[in-house]
Write a new protein. Structure first.
Length: 278
């Protein structure tokens, strides 16, 4: 407790090949990076609402994955079911299939293939329903926590609970650790990368950074290009200047990152957990 912690970047592979790999070597390399001022910066504090959001999102992700597996297994049972049962169920949507099979009554004694298939279908369908209820409960908690952590963020165009949670997790409970909005843009993989040659001055796609945050910014950009009047005017102006759609989207993602960072920084000092924000 009370000890300062600094994040250090992983050594480059060419250095590992030259010096080898062991715990003492890694510790020495980390210490040298800190002394040389090459450390990445302060880590996430993980002591507030954002950490709560991270935990709940992890649980939701596993529940969604399990529900998808249950739906796929349900469809697989239908494909291999006896002809009469397959004829009844094969045209149903997943939602309707779950509703129908969850109410099946195969009986206590499974004396044929059809009864066993009905029992299996009912078991998987009820598992699907239980997971759906679990996901709904997690969604309700996530909506509340995100709204409390950054109400200004979800009020921005095209930013819902899911995108807001992704961006909050990217910066953590202490967004001031990033230092500037340029650092946040680099962390999200939307900072421009110089790719000029001779008299041609251009920037290329940044393939680094947090890809979940990059995906969130990309989807926000796509939606704004369709529904936000200010963004549509910007796209028209840059198109008239000869910019391609991909170049325009890269510029827009950078602008959105700047806007998001300012909102996150303004919400960096939320009220204590359990108290509402005025």
């Amino acid at each position: 407790m009370g000890i300062a912690v600094v994040e250090v970047q992983r050594p480059k592979r060419r250095h590992l090949r030259r010096k080898g790999k062991s715990d003492p070597i890694d510790a020495e390399a980390a210490a040298r990076a800190v002394l040389a001022g090459e450390a990445a910066g302060a880590p996430k504090s993980a002591d507030g609402r954002v950490e709560m959001i991270r935990t709940l999102r992890s649980a939701r992700h596993s529940a969604v994955k399990a529900r998808s597996q249950a739906a796929n297994q349900l469809q697989g049972f239908v494909v291999t079911a006896p002809e009469e049962l397959r004829h009844r169920l094969r045209e149903l949507t997943t939602k309707k299939l779950v509703s129908v099979t969850a109410r099946m009554r195969p009986g206590k004694d499974l004396d044929d293939v059809e009864a066993a298939t009905k029992f299996a279908l009912r078991s998987v369908a009820r598992r699907y329903q239980a997971l759906s209820r679990e996901i709904a409960e997690l969604d309700a908690q996530l909506d509340r926590l995100v709204a409390e952590a950054a109400p200004e963020l979800i009020s921005l165009p095209a930013i819902g609970t899911d995108h807001a949670a992704t961006l909050l997790l990217t910066v953590g409970d202490n967004p001031e650790r990033l230092g500037s909005e340029a650092s946040f843009a680099s962390l999200c993989g939307v900072s421009p990368v110089e790719a000029s040659s001779g008299k041609v001055v251009r920037h290329r796609l940044n393939r680094g950074g947090n890809r979940d945050a990059n995906r969130a910014l990309h989807l926000i950009c796509v939606v704004r290009m369709r529904i936000d009047e200010r963004t549509r005017r910007y796209v028209e102006r840059r198109t008239a200047e000869g910019k391609s759609r991909r170049e325009i989207m890269r510029c827009l993602k950078r602008y959105i990152a700047r806007e998001v960072y300012r909102v996150l920084l303004s919400a960096a000092s939320p009220p204590p957990i359990g108290e509402s924000r005025t």
